[in-house]
Design a protein around this ligand. Structure first.
Ligand SMILES: C[S@@+](CC[C@H](N)C(=O)[O-])C[C@H]1O[C@@H](n2cnc3c(N)ncnc32)[C@H](O)[C@@H]1O
Length: 393
């Protein structure tokens, strides 16, 4: 099959409304430097259906929309020269082509991975969780004065959007009252705090009362000033230790990358105040690692420092999830954002169970883990044991 065949198949799939997406990969010498892939898909814009090329550079994405002839011209120019691999997904069949450096092409095609008709509505308009032109994004150094996401802030932007997607899903399954009371513990410079407030007020029409808790007064001052300037009247920041923050009501607890046991302090507060949704992305995991003296069959593996470190992280976060379960939550632990973007990439979410499950089986699992790994006490357990004498058995 000749290399022109690919644009021809692309054209007929697009015209028939069967085109789902197309990916160009394996950049060659003719590709602009730092360009890793191009992701192509149809989009509906005000002036009709166009073809969006998402140019993925090492540190940023750039999206351009083209007419069909423009897109075909680009494909013809780039295939086999700038990119050596291409895949085309349609509702009828999936195709892939690989070029050798001498220009020869090998083709394959198979049953389609998806037969669902393509979504051509402009996703960015439809699903946009935040307006990049929001002034707070500029104040926090994410966007330019024109409201464009800066190249250096692309990872942060992706993280913010992923975070909001997670929250949106949690709120869909577990709706909270419009005047939801939220604490973001260890709020730092406030990227995710502002993002959540903006999303809840602008997209979900809620009227949250949200407090960022942060040890560093300079950050708190900056965030309060930015909140005032943004007209975010329900958002405020307090310069205090998580340990000293005791609100009367808490519906949602957020603790993102709060250092080591600060995550446990936050989780304990959330549990004590019966927050209905808890979202934590733990940071460093020192406490369990210091305490661990493995006595089970893992011991020969954990003499290697890196494996012991990973195991300590798994135990720290795994026991956190179990302790949440023991306190009436349904929990989930998953990758927050790919480790390509940050090493701190685990997220724990918890929502209150409608029906309380027996605690003892979960406590037994925790006890077995602690015994096998020679852990005297998990810090969250310590906090809970000292604060919660009255939990139902
Ligand atoms: C790594 S930053 C994370 C900031 C933000 N949550 C994010 O994910 O972008 C952790 C922040 O937690 C704050 N912090 C750590 N321990 C704390 C405590 N006990 N009380 C209040 N803030 C704390 C630190 O000062 C720091 O700004």
């Amino acid at each position: 099959m000749s290399s022109d065949r690919f644009p021809e198949i692309f054209q007929s799939a697009f015209q028939a409304g069967h085109l789902l997406k197309c990916t160009l990969s394996k950049p060659a010498a003719a590709a602009p430097s730092d360009l890793k892939n191009i992701y192509i898909r149809p989009v509906t814009l005000k002036n009709g259906v166009k073809i969006a090329f998402n140019y993925r550079y090492k540190t940023r994405d750039e999206v351009k929309n083209y007419t069909l002839p423009e897109a075909l011209g680009l494909l013809k120019n780039m295939l086999g020269t700038a990119f050596l691999n291409a895949e085309l997904f349609t509702t009828e069949r999936d195709f892939s082509v690989r070029f050798e450096k001498d220009g020869t092409a090998s083709w394959s095609d198979k049953q389609p991975a998806s037969t669902v008709a393509p979504e051509t509505t402009h996703d960015r308009e439809k699903k946009r969780l935040l307006d990049p032109a929001s002034p707070w994004l500029h104040a926090l150094g994410i966007t330019s004065t024109k409201g464009e996401v800066l190249a250096a802030a692309q990872d942060k932007w992706r993280q913010i959007n992923k975070y909001l997607e997670i929250i949106e899903t949690l709120l869909r399954t577990h709706p909270l009252p419009p005047d939801v009371q939220i604490a973001d513990m260890g709020s730092g410079k406030g990227y995710l705090t502002f993002a959540l407030y903006d999303f809840l007020t602008t997209r979900l029409n809620m009227q949250p009362q949200m407090t960022g808790i942060e040890l560093r007064p300079a950050l708190v001052e900056f965030c309060n000033k930015t909140a005032r300037e943004s007209g975010f009247s329900g958002l405020n920041f307090l310069a205090t230790d998580i340990n000293d923050y005791h609100p009367e009501r808490l519906d949602m607890l957020i603790a993102l990358h709060a250092c080591d046991t600060a995550t446990d302090l936050a989780l304990a507060t959330g549990i004590r105040l019966k927050a209905q949704i808890i979202v934590a992305a733990p940071c460093c995991h020192k406490q369990i690692r210091r305490d661990m003296e493995t006595r089970n069959e893992m011991a020969p593996l954990l003499r290697f420092g890196i494996l012991e470190e990973r195991q300590a992280e798994i135990l720290t976060d795994g026991i956190r999830a179990l302790l949440l379960e023991a306190n009436g939550y349904r929990t989930n632990v998953f990758e927050f954002i790919s480790s390509e973007h940050t090493a701190k990439n685990v997220m724990i979410t918890a929502i209150t169970e409608k029906k309380q499950k027996p605690r003892q089986p979960v406590l037994d699992k925790i006890a077995a883990l602690k015994s096998g790994f020679g852990i005297r006490e998990h810090y969250l357990e310590h906090l809970l044991d000292n604060n919660f004498q009255h939990l139902p058995e």
